[in-house]
Design a protein around this ligand. Structure first.
Ligand code: NAI
Ligand code: AKG
Length: 341
């Protein structure tokens, strides 16, 4: 039996965590052999702690075989103590017409404090996924405030965008999402993100690999396929978060939790041979890949071996490179705003 790992999840009483905690406890993230001690961190406000206690009661009632213990706390010193993994979810979600800049102003302070708590209390090997928006810049803020933890241990979530892109292509081609391989989403988790299908393929039931562009062209014609990719597809993936807020009156929660599980599962257990996933990674650790300078957290296609991610270097077109540069500029703009705050 493996000894349990400690996993802190912030925003434990919120809507994303109402899916996320159960999936972690069930073994979806760290595998079917790995026991976990869940640290549920909330704001130290009675109503929030009480709600977290209710969630913990339900977790116990699931009798998950791998759930070794639960710690509920409003104290970051307890929440981050000796943790191996940190899911930083707790932050205000965007509502109505709020922009990401509004969110940055509202949420940045949380990540300054949590970075400092990671620095002081977490294991130096802790791996951090930031979900709370604006996720890329919050991951940067967290890392800056935890200077003794390696930069490559701070990531932000672009996996939801990656999964959304797969979902759209699978629907368009009437294939299973599991057949859509090697899409990549670059850049900021914002309207400047860049979903790229140029290296993706559809894995046939007979093992054949059909490039996505070719598969789309076969269904709708080559011109219509190009128009779809540059228009409806790009817009849909870039604005899906807002579309869900408009439809649900709340931001995406179950799909966000699922993406967080996918992200950390691949980071912990590795990516399948020959495949990659999209991760927001610290460009201090990417050696100028895709022309993005150090100093931001930027999504790139990554493969993971033995718990370490590495960027997959793909020969992107000039047109794609221009979009990638625009998303980098977006992030450097957020960085400047964060520094001002
Ligand atoms: N990166 C992504 O792809 C996505 C990110 N999000 C973001 O995730 C964040 C959380 O979303 P929801 O769970 O829907 O929000 P929610 O409002 O339902 O829950 C947030 C929880 O965080 C708690 N919280 C606030 N500050 C905290 C702190 N300093 N420490 C611990 N807990 C704290 C609140 O008390 C609340 O219970 C939002 O910023 C949202 O925009 C949502 C969907 C996708
Ligand atoms: O603020 C939003 O766009 C909604 C939450 C989110 O980040 C998303 O669903 O992609």
């Amino acid at each position: 039996m493996l000894s349990p790992i400690r996993v802190v999840v912030t925003g434990a009483a919120g809507q994303i965590c109402y899916s996320l905690l159960f999936r972690i406890a069930r073994g979806d993230c760290f595998g079917p052999e790995q026991p976990v001690i869940l640290h549920m961190l909330e704001v130290p406000v009675e109503v929030c702690i009480k709600r977290a206690e209710g969630v913990a009661m339900e977790l116990r009632d699931c009798a998950f075989p791998l759930l070794a213990d639960i710690v509920i706390t409003g104290d970051a010193a307890v929440g981050f103590k000796d943790v191996d993994y940190a899911f930083l979810v707790g932050a205000a979600p965007r509502k109505g017409d709020m922009t990401r800049a509004d969110l940055l102003r509202k949420n940045a302070g949380i990540f300054v404090g949590q970075g400092a708590a990671i620095e002081q209390y977490a294991k130096k090997t802790v791996k951090v996924l930031v979900v709370g928006n604006p996720a890329n810049s919050n991951a940067l803020i967290t890392s800056v405030n935890a200077p003794s933890v390696p930069r490559e241990n701070f990531t932000s979530m672009e996996r939801l965008d990656h999964n959304r892109a797969i979902g759209q292509i699978a629907t368009k081609l009437s294939v299973l999402p599991g057949q859509v391989k090697n899409i990549a989403v670059f850049g900021n988790h914002s309207a400047t993100m860049v979903p790229v299908v140029d290296f993706g393929y559809i894995l046939g039931t007979d093992g054949t690999k059909t490039p996505i562009r070719e598969a789309l062209a076969a269904v709708m014609g080559a011109d219509a396929a190009e128009k779809y990719l540059a228009g409806e597809f790009l817009t849909c993936v870039r604005t899906r978060g807002k579309a869900i807020i408009d439809a649900r009156g709340m931001s995406s929660a179950a799909s966000a939790a699922n993406a967080a599980i996918d992200h950390v599962h691949n980071w912990h257990c590795g990516t399948p041979e020959g495949e990659w996933v999209s991760m927001g990674v610290h460009t201090d650790a990417t050696n100028g890949a895709y022309g993005v300078k150090a100093g931001v957290v930027y999504s790139m296609p990554c493969r993971v071996v033995d718990g370490k991610w590495e960027v997959v270097d793909l020969p992107v077109s000039e047109a794609t490179a221009a979009l990638l540069a625009a998303s980098a500029e977006d992030l450097f703009g957020e960085r400047a705003a964060a520094l001002e705050i």
